[in-house]
Ligand binder design. Structure first.
Ligand code: AMP
Ligand code: MG
Length: 477
């Protein structure tokens, strides 16, 4: 039945040390049914499932039937979760294989929620439908917002329940990623004190994600720098669109620089750097305004794993890496300033003055609980009719803004019109739970073109109704 799909597996990760993986198949499920299938993504990957019936597709995306030409595996990794080191690993996910697309790009095809593995610890290896649909929505939204991210190819309902605080319908997500190598993967290898395996992993990552670094004299150091740059970019992008990842643990920091693992993430409405949604993030460690600091902290954990391979003199190694990490603030600061100038469509002026000018606006937004996305959109459209703008503080800032001759075309590239508004996401999930997929499909369609004005979709621009109960998100593990 699988002849024409176009799978092109080449499982290079299995060439690494045996301790990196556990080879096993997904645990079959009772009654798989396709809920979402991303045909456009399949096409981009050179895959075509259209010769299969829906039932046959469900068999593949549930792991009940394995693609021909691959041997699936779960990956070992560790990580710092909320600051504490833990041994982890794919406890509920299995990589079906590395698919090489027609453009030669290599992707992990992973089933998330596919059953227990040797890394499951106490967990059941499964996932609930709501969180898997949520990951599908947000990852696809982030992709269309032109930010590097893992993607979602399909969601199937398993026909089995999972026990959480309540009984929930189970599901499996097919996740597509540049790879699933994380800072936590390096932490795992470092914890084994196997310098050979570490060297191998570094060279593997360069080959797979940073080929431009091939032949560099100190690969560990060059890799570190490159990863740090990509993560500075990623956080700048999160800040640009008002996104709070929610669990930036080191096991959720991909070496590829892609955004990965969408659990309790959400988008900010009213501007407030302290915004957090995750029910388990009591201290606000992963709050909106903390994300850059946390990325630097995560990079420091990455650097620690590389100490044996930067210099033979370990003290010198530490010194070199500490210097590199200290650069994060400047690297991030420069990228962040450039991004904010882009959001305002203004030319680079004096750095201090620009900082002050941007801060003035953000402080005003904070004090007035102005919607982050809609304020930039109003600025872009010179549509300042809303009553919130009718005050002196704002008007004096606005007069300075207009004098700077903002470039609308630049602003359009930086400022989304549509983001996955929390109430729209919840509404789509609720209806999907009640077997009505209409709102989910409509939402996904809106999120495909986040930078294009569309007057028929204005309900997707509104922040949710004000409530006394703050919006909370759950990990859904
Ligand atoms: P996450 O919070 O999704 O980044 O996951 C952290 C760790 O918990 C990873 O090792 C997961 O594989 C594991 N995990 C999460 N949910 C489950 C589950 N239901 N069963 C087994 N392991 C899980
Ligand atoms: Mg994770």
């Amino acid at each position: 039945m699988q002849n024409n799909i176009g799978w092109n597996f080449d499982n290079s990760y299995l060439n690494l040390s045996k301790m990196m993986t556990a080879q096993l198949s997904p645990v079959p499920v009772k009654d798989p049914k396709i809920i979402l299938y991303n045909e456009k993504l399949a096409k981009e990957l050179g895959l075509n499932f259209s010769s299969l019936s829906k039932d046959q597709q469900a068999l593949i995306f549930s792991g009940n039937v394995l693609p021909v030409g691959t041997v699936p595996w779960a990956e070992a990794y560790a990580g710092h979760q909320f600051g504490h080191f833990v041994m982890l690993g794919d406890g509920r996910a299995i990589v079906l294989g590395e698919h090489v697309a027609p453009d030669k790009k290599r992707f992990d095809i992973q089933l998330k929620g596919s059953g227990k593995t040797p890394y499951s610890r106490g967990g059941d290896g499964r996932a609930a439908l709501g969180p898997m649909l949520r990951e599908y929505i947000i990852s696809e939204a982030i992709h269309h917002l032109t930010i590097p991210t893992t993607r979602s190819l399909a969601v199937v309902a398993t026909g089995q329940n999972v026990m959480r605080e309540t009984i929930l319908p189970g599901a499996i997500l097919t996740r597509v990623a540049a790879s699933h190598i994380r800072v936590g993967t390096f932490e795992f290898v470092a914890a084994q004190k196997d310098v050979g395996a570490l060297q191998e992993l570094i060279m593997y990552c360069i080959d797979r994600h940073y080929p431009e670094l091939k032949g560099e004299k100190i690969p560990a150091l060059q890799l570190f720098r490159a990863v740090m740059h990509r993560h500075a970019d990623l956080i700048v992008n999160y800040m640009r669109i008002g996104f709070i990842h929610g669990v930036l643990n080191t096991d959720n920091v991909a070496i590829s620089g892609e955004s990965i693992d969408y659990g309790p993430c959400a988008f900010m409405d009213g501007y407030d750097p302290k915004t957090k949604f995750s029910s388990i993030d009591h201290q606000g460690r992963y709050a909106y305004g903390n994300q850059a600091k946390i990325a630097q902290w995560n990079m420091a954990r990455f650097a620690e794993t590389l100490i044996p391979l930067v210099d033979v003199d370990l003290n010198k190694s530490i010194e070199i890496l500490e210097k590199e990490i200290a650069n994060f603030a400047d690297i991030y600061g420069a990228k962040s300033l450039e991004m904010m100038r882009g959001k305002l469509g203004i030319q680079a002026g004096d750095t201090e003055e620009d900082h002050f000018f941007i801060k003035e606006l953000l402080d005003w937004m904070h004090a007035n609980k102005a919607d982050y996305t809609n304020t930039f959109r109003d600025l872009m459209n010179e549509n300042m009719h809303h009553s919130i703008y009718q005050n002196e503080d704002f008007q004096s800032w606005y007069a300075k803004f207009i004098k700077k001759n903002p470039d609308k075309n630049i602003m359009k590239k930086y400022n989304p019109v549509f983001i996955p508004r929390n109430h729209k996401v919840e509404d789509a999930l609720q209806h999907a739970h009640d077997n009505n997929l209409e709102p989910l499909h409509k939402l996904l369609q809106v999120l495909e073109k986040p930078y294009e004005e569309n007057s028929n979709q204005s309900e997707y621009q509104m922040p949710g109704p004000k409530s006394d109960v703050p919006y909370q998100t759950f990990c859904g593990t």
